[in-house]
Design a protein around this ligand. Structure first.
Ligand code: 13P
Ligand code: SF4
Length: 369
């Protein structure tokens, strides 16, 4: 289980049943830090080089009948390329759905590892590549499958619901997988049937679902290193500076931030809210990569990054996911060119993980997502 890298970010924590063990916590923090140390954002190529890569990638995509499936947090060039070439940019639920439904032979997943694994599980017949296999997620890292399985075994009377930001092995142990776009709807539905929920791994999202639905939930104790850094106190001050602005927040943010938000939702839902709300200004508590799409989809609106704990040189995850940032044009080109960085998922694990993933996609059909 993981708490924030620098030991801050506990102010808003609302745990109801997480496992708390100091040794484990330190080990998890060190593990995340180790991966973070390897996440060195590649230098951005100049405009001429970028144009060269873009042309070469377009050519390779066509030759390999491949499609780029990208998340909003990755580099704007990759998002543009995905859309220009018949690929897709979206939140994690939509990425999973697009990957499953598109008829390309090869998917290039520009995001983090769990997104590549989900694509592979849902499309075993497609080749799934990623610009880098180093792109992970603090939530995935802080939820080791063996430990998680013991937690589930200790609570056999609970329905196991896991966030998509987990490994294939953790999904394989779950009854349901959800993304932030349908988590509240699904838990609401399960709670209405009298089910008690075991939730993992994001404690902020878990606590948010618990507050909104009133469900009885046991929460795993992990957090997103990016959203955990948003601070309620700073946000309160910023709202004074921009009194007309609406606050849009991703539910991985701490409770104090969510309480100040006018809208809480997945990345796609945040973009939709920015389009539909009458406000001209928005304070946004999620990764800054989303600003590209926000600006594209709204005209004349202004977006301001919500304040984080660290504005100094030390801060590597302030409103900017270090692992999403590893996805570069050059790596995408090289991956496509050489066919390397292929995502593999153990066949038996994939078979088991497919069950809750399918349930998620079927449930999402009936709900606004
Ligand atoms: P979305 O499903 O809202 O895109 O969230 C994914 C994620 O990793 C947010 O940090
Ligand atoms: Fe994981 Fe947070 Fe990065 Fe999303 S932003 S991929 S939750 S570390």
């Amino acid at each position: 289980m993981f708490c924030s890298i620098d030991g801050t970010g506990m102010e808003d924590s609302h745990l109801t049943g997480g496992v708390s063990d100091e040794g484990r916590l330190i080990a998890d923090t060190l593990l995340v830090r180790q991966y973070l140390d390897r996440a060195v954002r590649p230098d951005a190529p100049d405009a001429r080089e970028r144009a060269k890569y873009r042309d070469a990638i377009k050519d390779l995509l066509e030759r390999r009948n491949a499609a780029i499936v990208a998340h909003y947090y990755v580099d704007a060039d990759l998002q543009e390329l995905a859309e220009e070439t018949g690929g897709f940019v979206g939140d994690s639920l939509e990425m999973a759905r697009f990957g499953r439904d598109c008829d390309a032979d090869m998917l290039i997943v520009a995001g983090v590892r769990f997104m590549g694994e989900t694509a592979k599980i849902l499309s075993p017949g497609k080749t799934v590549l990623m610009p880098t296999l180093e792109a992970t997620c603090s939530l995935d890292l802080a939820c080791p499958a063996d430990e998680f399985s013991r937690f589930c075994d200790a609570h056999p009377d609970h329905t196991v619901v896991v966030y998509a930001n987990t490994s294939a092995a953790v999904k394989a142990r779950a009854d349901w997988v959800v993304t932030s776009s349908i988590a509240v709807d699904l838990v609401d539905h399960l709670a209405a049937g009298g089910e008690k929920i075991l939730w993992a791994p994001d404690r902020h999202l878990g606590a948010y679902i618990e507050r909104v639905t009133g469900a009885e939930m046991l929460l795993w104790d992990a957090a997103c290193i990016v959203h955990e850094e948003f601070k309620a106190r700073g946000l309160q001050d910023l709202v004074q500076v921009y009194p007309e602005a609406a606050v849009l927040a991703h539910p991985e943010s701490p409770v104090g931030v969510l309480e100040l938000a006018d809208f809480v939702g997945s990345t796609t839902q945040i973009i939709r809210a920015a389009r539909e709300l009458p406000n001209r200004q928005f304070i946004v508590a999620t990764d800054q990569g989303i600003f590209h799409k926000l600006q594209k989809e709204t005209s004349g609106k202004e977006f301001i990054v919500a304040p984080t704990a660290g504005n100094g040189a030390e801060c590597r995850s302030c409103a900017s996911c270090p692992w999403m940032g590893l996805n570069s044009l050059q790596d995408l080109h090289d991956t496509l060119n050489h066919g390397d960085n292929e995502v593999h998922v153990d066949i038996e694990l994939a078979r088991q993980a497919m069950i809750p993933l399918r349930r998620m996609l079927e449930f999402a059909v009936d709900f606004r997502s």
